[in-house]
Design a protein around this ligand. Sequence first.
Ligand SMILES: [Zn+2]
Ligand SMILES: [Zn+2]
Ligand SMILES: [Zn+2]
Length: 323
Amino acid sequence: MSKLRQNIITGEWVVISPERSQRPEDYVMASSAKRGIPLDCPFCVTNNNAYRFSIKEAETKNVYVIPNKYPAFSKADGVIDEGDGFYQNSKALGGHEVIILKDHEQDVYDDGVEITDELIGVYRDRYNFYDQDPTIEYTMLIHNHGPEAGASIDHPHSQLFASAIVPSYIQKELENTKAYFEANKKCVFCEMNKVEKENNHRVVYENDEFIVFTVFAARFPFEMWVVPKKHQPQFEKISAETQLQLADAMRNVLQKLNKSLNFPPFNYWIHTLPHHEAGASEYYHWHVEIAPRISKFGGYEMGSGVVIDVVSPEVAAEFLRKA
Ligand SMILES: [Zn+2]
Ligand SMILES: [Zn+2]
Ligand SMILES: [Zn+2]
């Protein structure tokens, strides 16, 4: 029988309906592994296409950063509120950057932990850069892998969106974590870590500083959250040691995903405290969400906001752990 489950962080309901599909093995899919290097790849350093726009102070040995050519958010002067009295409308102020591994054949998961660590270090530096800008309310790092996950270019790259708004998903998380804190005087993420560790049905990986588990009320089959074990509200404040541990956790679970499902398309994103939300530090706890993109939302998901997940998170965890 299908089960309704509520996500304790967002308040969203999902339907876990494993009877609708067969086994996790059925999701082993057409690989989104890279298919050789195209000669005209715009992100390859040797082509110097995007690389000539590199933001020099952000560059490291293996990573460079460019402003997005078609930014969702950009710097602009002038009137901010362009509302017509009914609809709210304003310039999409902020920043939109692409964070690129120099080597086409490297990836977040398949090289030594040093590369992943270096990449995450660049994420952190760019967060801290936007933290200095009083007009930026929120910065979000996302990574798309594979065309089904929105990556139009094969070359490994992440994107950073810095906006003058706090995205609605983050607002939901803030509201729910605050409500939990007011009722229980505890951070719900810290409590969730304890529950996941105790019952151990959904834990996929852990190291000294991070626990990774499939999500009780997952919106995506094989969805995983990477959560710091210690209470930490802001990703951008992590130490070098924590950064290395995060790189280790990310690499490990992405490798497990690749082994289990034959290089599926996926996204990951970082959820951290908004830039000017210090009051929420007690109850907000940063984390990374990993979303394999092996199922598509139908009309019910779009119309209701309620997702039907056809793979049980417990079965998914077991399948991933074995890899
Ligand atoms: Zn390339
Ligand atoms: Zn916490
Ligand atoms: Zn989140």
